[in-house]
Design a protein around this ligand. Sequence first.
Ligand code: SIN
Length: 295
Amino acid sequence: MTTDVLPFEVSLPDGVIGAECRGADLSKPLDAGSFAELESVFNERSVLCIRGQDLTEVQCIDFARRFGVIKKIFLTDFAHPDHPEIMYVSNIKKDGRDIGHADAGSVWHSDMSYTEYPPRATMLYAVEVPTRDGVALGATNFASTAAAYDSLPQSTKERIDGLTVVHDVFGRRAKTGTHTQQDDNRRKQPIVRHPLVRVHPHTGRKCLYVSPGECTGIVGMDDAEALPLIDELAALIPQQQFRIKHEWQPGDVLIWDNCAVQHLATFDYRGPEERRLMWRITVGGETVGESDDGR
Ligand code: SIN
């Protein structure tokens, strides 16, 4: 798609998700029409990358806020010292300690599904992208939960529509007592329940909302039946035909939809010389429930 009237171009790569925008300048507020165009592309394509930005923290936060309220960061050790809306995702160390979340996205998941009001979207701004022999490292993979749902046989859709899944920040580690320090840093989260099949608030598409990491059961179903079902459905999401891989460039602003996709990071870079630094902002909104208090 190329627009004549808007000051940027949007292209849609092959595949069921993903869009790339060039020519936008997010250092200035986008006018309402331009933002509406980008938001509509985002809703339809679930992952939107706006290339070539040079942003301050405030400009980044202001752009993220156009999509909804900024959510609080649980991992406060990794918060930007002056802008607590921003969490560092990074392998950089300072004084022997990680400045940011060094292994964010190590399994397929949807951000903060273990909270009562999971975020509508997550935004990463690529400040430093590691390279080796001129090739960018640390790509991020995305997979469509809507396409995965659509691919199910009708009998499975009928079986799972209306089921409610239990999400626990400690995941199944809670059952084995092996939760980590990082889990503890996320603070005490009550166990929450969400529909297994979520209806996307903007597109109306049905999306699978399960990940083995955080889903510990299905309401009214024995674990012996529920856990294999969760695993089986979750395994359908990252199939190749539902996936894209985002190769980062410094200055990328990338925003993804936490209902319509899951994501997985790639850890093919090594510190300290292959440095990766992303500013991450999570955005609330009309997801499973409504929250306008920034949770
Ligand atoms: C994340 O899962 O929040 C980060 C993904 C990435 O760094 O590629």
